[in-house]
Design a protein around this ligand. Structure first.
Ligand code: NAP
Length: 417
């Protein structure tokens, strides 16, 4: 009688990124502490030999594309070169087929704690911080690239003055009878038609919803977006934004393929007495408009806490929603505009105004009912952080400790690009 020889095989749980859902926002690559994530012009990929299963990259991913795993034989884990060519993720292969793991072979499972962390990370939390305790439950991933929702453009209005240097638009999409429920702070993905330089469909581009949950027009199945026509990159080099130009050129009645919604973290609290401290630049105002409008429409605004807004733009002409914002009653919202390019005036940024309103801001930071939202240019994060450190330090608070507590309690939310 012969006995089967046992060749030990190591089975690993390989971390992969779904190229179909990934919006190439670079958050995962920026977050990874061991440089396991890299990308080329098409795909973001994970190096199996470097990934340490720390899961730092999971929650910041806006779409969940990062949260994909396959059990593979360690020696034949998917190499980077192969991942870079994928249009879709491979199915989980039965391990006995993939590497001849026979009945007599032994598989080395992952340690228990790794599996446990993995299970926690795949529970669909999303976002850096948990949502506020009183946030409504968001729906996510209802529509995919294969099965997008088809919305109809019911309006496309220029928000910036005709002679302003930027073309920012308020675009209204109507979903007809399709179910597309969104909450303030969520994002949707736009599929621009046509093919990229590689002959592949364009990647999904994300935009924040600028209208409240009951529609741009109350009780209509529509929503709005705030879109700036991209004609230059952050360094000022000429670049034609694929999705932004597509959206800005849309006419009433045009059809648009939409995926999502996304976002389970950057959501507003719903309990009476909660304060919103909102800080934004440019089109980062979209979620702030949605939240402000939600509060404005509620029957008893007096029940609610305070709203304080810091909003940075080049000039009043370049500030989306400037007119409507200035007409809101002062007792409803405390608005602070920072303009950076008014001729003969010193450049002002949101962080400068946070410093100049230190007493009121610290007052809000001291309240356990205050929720902070930061949205817009990536560059402002540092400046705002320094302003908070400064004003907290001068008022007996330690910003880093407070920030950690705010994050943990779902009271600090950042969305910058
Ligand atoms: P922008 O017009 O270029 O800038 C807005 C204001 O921010 C200007 O006054 C600008 O000053 C100022 N600024 C520049 N650097 C700053 C810094 N380090 N700290 C504080 N303020 C600073 O803005 P934008 O082009 O609209 O960009 C908005 C950003 O929001 C984009 O990155 C976009 O991706 C992001 N976003 C958009 C949406 C959406 O739904 N559309 C949603 C979320 C986020 P200067 O005069 O010095 O330039």
């Amino acid at each position: 009688m012969t006995t089967a020889t046992t060749t030990p095989v190591t089975i690993m749980r390989q971390h992969l990124i779904d190229p179909e859902i990934c919006i190439r926002c670079n958050t995962c690559e920026e977050t990874c502490p061991v440089d396991a994530i890299s990308h080329d012009s098409r795909n973001y990929v994970v190096d199996a030999s470097k990934c340490k299963y720390c899961y730092n990259c999971i929650s910041p991913c806006p779409t969940g594309a990062i949260d994909n795993w396959r059990h593979v034989v360690a020696e034949t884990a998917y190499p980077l070169a192969e991942q870079l060519l994928w249009d879709t993720l491979p199915e989980q292969v039965a391990l006995d087929e993939s590497a001849g793991v026979g009945a007599g072979d032994t598989a080395t499972a992952l340690p228990d704690d790794v599996e446990k962390i993995a299970a926690a990370s795949t529970s669909g939390q999303g976002g850096v911080a948990p949502p506020p305790w009183s946030a409504a439950h968001p729906y996510i991933n209802l529509y995919s690239i294969q099965k997008p929702a088809v919305a109809t453009v019911s309006g496309n209005f220029r928000l910036t003055a005709p002679d302003a240097s930027s073309d920012i638009r308020h675009i209204v999409l109507d979903f007809g009878n399709a179910s597309f429920p969104v909450l303030e702070g969520q994002t949707i993905g736009i599929l621009a038609p046509g093919l990229d330089a590689h002959g592949k469909p364009h990647h999904v581009r994300l935009y924040s919803v600028a209208s409240p949950r009951d529609g741009e027009r109350p009780r209509y199945n529509n929503l709005s977006l705030t879109v700036k026509r991209v004609t230059a990159d952050h360094e000022g080099k000429d670049v034609r934004g694929i999705a932004s130009n597509y959206l800005c050129d849309l006419k009433k009645g045009d059809k648009v393929n939409v995926v999502g919604p996304y976002g389970t973290s950057f959501l507003m609290p719903n309990h009476p007495g909660s304060n919103l401290l909102m800080i934004c630049t440019g089109t980062g105002s979209a979620p702030m408009r949605a939240m402000t409008e939600r509060r404005r429409r509620k029957a008893q605004p007096k029940e609610d806490g305070k709203l304080m807004l810091f909003f940075g733009a080049r000039t009043p002409d370049e500030l989306p929603y400037f007119g409507p914002l200035t007409r809101l009653p002062k007792e409803f919202i405390d608005i602070n505009f920072a303009f950076s390019r008014i001729p003969a005036q010193p450049r002002q940024y949101v962080q400068d105004l946070i410093r100049s309103r230190a007493d009121e801001v610290v007052g809000l930071l001291r309240s356990e009912n205050t929720y902070l939202y930061l949205c817009g240019l990536k560059g402002m994060e540092k400046g705002v952080d320094e302003a908070f450190t400064d004003i907290c330090g001068r008022n007996g608070l330690e910003w880093k400790a407070l920030q950690a507590q705010l994050l943990q309690n779902g009271r600090y939310h950042v969305e910058t690009y």
